[in-house]
Design a protein around this ligand. Sequence first.
Ligand code: SF4
Length: 235
Amino acid sequence: MQVTEIYKSLQGESTHAGLPCVFVRLTGCNLRCSWCDSEFSFYGGHKMAVQEVLSEVMRLSPCEARISAHPGPLVEITGGEPMLQEREVVPLMERLLEAGYQVLLETSGERPLARVPEAVIKIVDVKCPHSGEPDTFAEENLESLQPHDELKFVLTDRTDYEFARDFIRRHELPARVHAILFSPAFAKEASGARDTSHCLLDPQELADWIVADNLPARLSLQIHKLIWDPAAKGV
Ligand code: SF4
């Protein structure tokens, strides 16, 4: 498979945020979101066999010593769009699960998700109108959601918020998944200050909307952009 980078950091934007996590970032994406912070993964990378990826994950985050009653170390498969490499990424996820890892898959839900192993926790980033890639989520993927999965909406303004709110109500998502994340989009060129001034939508405004609508969505900030320089890679 084509891999951009494998590194260890803290998980930054899900209900697992704050936990140590190995990221396997695959190369290539078929979307072009206006606020994308991973454009460096669109091209290049290097070829790695499933076994090579597994070995590197094990080197960065050994799994042997885990206490069996506890979930294993976290590994997130991300991109780009990992499901563009379904033929190799599905066996990789199976091998990681067999080895005892907790596996997260970050995907836009534009590609079919039916072959993702059930134990994998999918974090599905449904694109909102002002992402530049609206209507790309394949609604048949709703049938592949598991109760432990999470849906994420990256928001730039009120139009995006209302799309996300109406989407979760229309599809009764709170009953289908573990968490619904509303995340303010971050400015692509942001660097320097580690604060929310780079958010395209003020988190305080978003918080007020969620509370006013009594929405079962959780405000999610990209904590890695508040811990390290927002322009930093590999964190
Ligand atoms: S789907 Fe993800 S990687 Fe692809 S353009 Fe959108 S934000 Fe970037």
